[in-house]
Design a protein around this ligand. Structure first.
Ligand code: SF4
Ligand code: WCC
Ligand code: FE2
Length: 639
């Protein structure tokens, strides 16, 4: 096993991992060490799509070079890649669909949620071309929800959210290539079908199919979810919150909310406040909600709820011995949490009919019974407080302050203090003058195989030092926050010119400064950086591909990160991944995704203007991203 200092850069995680090892509790970090990685799978060259197989092809040319059906290595790798993207996309599309249904039921008075952001509702309705005059808020909300649900039903045309949110140059490109999605379910179903034995066998066509998945993810997943969640729960504004395992509170009933969809967790927060007197009856000072993964990000952005852990250390929240319940919905929930929970008093509570864990408690959640489910969950946690074992209790001490809540709307509002008539201008002027060299989105996960936080933080610091504006989402944001990159204290890591810009904007809104990295939210909130780029491109009269903007995903584990990354590449934004995307077995697929512009070959860079950069060395990755930013600056500004 790796020494704990090799597993995470976070001292609290290190000490909890030591505790887990002492108590003979298995966690993902240790399982990663025990699990041999298969060379074939790592290269994407094994196929199990039919019962003639499994077939695997050696990339070194030894052994059979075709599967039983005749599929070659490029076809097999391209299908594996499409399969990964379909996985990632379907998770986000389900997320979007569930939020749309909740909005519909709320508008019809069937679910106990209200429209918190009426302005955003009107804005989305207008963008969708809906008539709003003489209609009530609920009538408009219903029409917006139905438009959203059309994106899972219509059989012709293009998705409403693509039409509404895509940059026109990008959309034209996708239409020319005939890869624009019609509806999310149709495209996901088609992707599964084309990947089956005996179907699509053209690596280039399969990769284009993967790009369609990226677009489904970007619009039915990211944009649709963000828009509707903002309408239901409010558009995030700057908030101050706390990070680290130390947000667990010894004196309170602790509940971790984990997963992705904010409907349940918003209600759990509400009921944790309502049931404070019950908690007091069992000797606690109240109920403390802490976030894990993207549910954590959602609550942080809108409610300022503290965040305990990113993905890879989720089991260690339980190892603290201080957690009464971990409530989960969907995605990034390790089944391992149940085994860990059995070594402590924590109750794992699953909530969705299609996401259960053997041995866990199940409290079914659906929007209509949201209150009942949340109340039951909080009561279970309170009841469990008495089972806490003081011998096993170990809560780390120090928390880190962080500012979050930087929705595109919030960023524009801050900028409007510098230029009320034209809020984007101060940002554009800073980019043109080189005070901001470019914009980078630090996104994605932490991965138990990687040393936690080090990749996310190293890439961010290198870019900040070189005056690149950094925005962040997902678990990458967690790494940055713990390392003070979301508080003015972290300004020391910025280049002088970037620091001046952040201070000027921050002081205009009454803060000492903007933080070095702007937290834009959860993984589905990667729509927000996309919106910001669209606004900048429109203002400058260029395509998104022409902007000095990059994405970086140094520590991902999730296929969702691949589909989000592909969404950005389809706009012409370069995307770095620091973890093997499992396509190296095929020179054809690798060249399409990562190759340079080259006569006679088709590459993403040639077609879309952006490419995939796979680089495991964090410093080199940052250098490559800076090089791409400088190249785009040269083309855009003639530098
Ligand atoms: Fe083998 Fe072809 Fe079947 Fe895949 S689809 S398992 S390559 S026979
Ligand atoms: Ni989004 Fe990655 Fe976290 Fe899961 S919660 S681990 S996909 S970044
Ligand atoms: Fe997420």
């Amino acid at each position: 096993l790796r020494h704990v200092t090799e597993v995470s850069d976070d001292l609290q995680v290190q000490s909890l991992l030591e505790k887990a090892r002492k108590e003979s509790v298995s966690t993902a970090f240790d399982r990663a060490d025990e699990m041999m990685q298969c060379g074939f799978g790592s290269a994407g060259v094994c196929c199990r799509y039919c019962l003639e197989g499994p077939c695997r092809i050696s990339p070194n040319g030894k052994g059979p070079q075709k599967g039983v059906c005749g599929a070659d290595i490029h076809q097999i790798v391209a299908r594996s890649f499409l399969n990964h993207l379909t996985q990632g996309t379907s998770g986000h599309a389900e997320h979007g669909r569930e939020v749309a249904l909740t909005l519909l039921e709320a508008a019809e008075g069937k679910a106990p949620f209200e429209i918190k952001d009426v302005d955003k509702l009107y804005a989305v309705a207008n963008d969708l071309g809906l008539e709003t005059a003489d209609k009530t808020v609920n009538e408009i909300a219903k029409e917006v929800a139905l438009k959203a649900l059309e994106d899972f039903q219509k059989q012709t045309g293009i998705m409403n959210w693509v039409q509404m949110r895509a940059h026109k140059d990008s959309l034209k490109k996708w239409n020319d290539l005939r890869i624009t999605p019609v509806n999310a379910h149709l495209e996901i179903s088609k992707a599964v079908a084309r990947n089956a034995m005996g179907c699509d066998a053209d690596p280039l066509n399969l990769v284009l199919g993967a790009v369609t998945m990226g677009l489904v993810d970007g619009y039915a997943g990211l944009h649709l979810s963000t828009d509707l969640q903002d309408i239901l729960f409010g558009t995030p504004k700057a908030v101050k919150a706390k990070y680290s395992m130390a947000v667990l509170d010894e004196k309170k009933v602790n509940i971790a909310v984990h997963g992705h969809v904010p409907m349940l967790s918003e209600k759990v927060v509400e009921w944790s406040r309502k049931l404070k007197p019950e908690a007091e009856k069992v000797g606690a000072e109240g109920v403390n909600i802490v976030g894990v993964c993207c549910t954590g990000n959602e609550l942080l952005m809108r409610q300022g709820v503290s965040v305990a852990s990113s993905f890879s250390s989720q089991e260690l929240v339980i190892v603290s011995g201080a957690l009464e319940a971990m409530v989960v919905d969907i995605q990034c929930v390790m089944p391992g949490i149940q085994n860990v929970a059995e070594c402590y008093h924590t109750e794992i509570i699953t909530t969705l009919p299609y996401v259960k864990i053997a041995g866990a408690t199940h409290v079914e959640f659906s929007p209509e019974i949201a209150d009942k489910a949340a109340e039951e969950i909080v009561r279970k946690a309170i009841k469990n407080f008495k089972n806490r074992d003081p011998e096993k209790l170990s809560i780390p001490k120090e928390t880190v302050d962080a500012y979050a809540g930087f929705s595109t709307e919030q960023i524009l509002e801050a900028l409007s203090k510098l230029n009320a008539d034209d809020p984007l201008m101060p940002l554009i002027d800073a980019i043109k003058a080189g005070k901001i060299r470019g914009v980078a989105a630090l996104v994605g996960c932490t991965n138990p195989r990687e040393k936690q936080d080090i990749g996310n933080v190293t890439v961010a610091k290198e870019l900040l030092k070189n005056n690149v504006l950094v925005v962040a989402t997902g678990c990458a944001a967690h790494s940055l926050a713990k390392n003070k990159l979301m508080s003015p204290e972290g300004l020391v890591y910025c280049g002088d010119e970037l620091r001046e810009v952040l201070e000027a904007i921050g002081q205009a809104v009454g803060l000492p400064s903007l933080p070095p990295a702007l937290h834009m939210g959860s993984c589905v909130d990667n729509s927000r950086p996309a919106d910001l780029l669209t606004a900048l491109a429109n203002k400058l009269g260029v395509g998104i591909k022409d902007l000095p903007a990059v994405g970086s995903c140094p520590e991902t584990h999730s296929p969702k990160a691949l589909s989000i990354g592909t969404f950005f590449i389809a706009h012409g934004v370069d995307v770095h991944v620091g973890v093997n995307p499992q396509v190296s077995g095929s020179s054809v697929v690798t060249n399409i995704l990562c190759g340079d512009k080259q006569e006679g070959t088709v590459t993403a860079e040639e077609v879309f203007g952006g490419k995939l950069i796979y680089e495991t060395d964090h410093i080199v990755a940052a250098e490559k991203l800076l090089e791409r930013i400088n190249m785009k600056r040269a083309q855009l500004l003639g530098e």
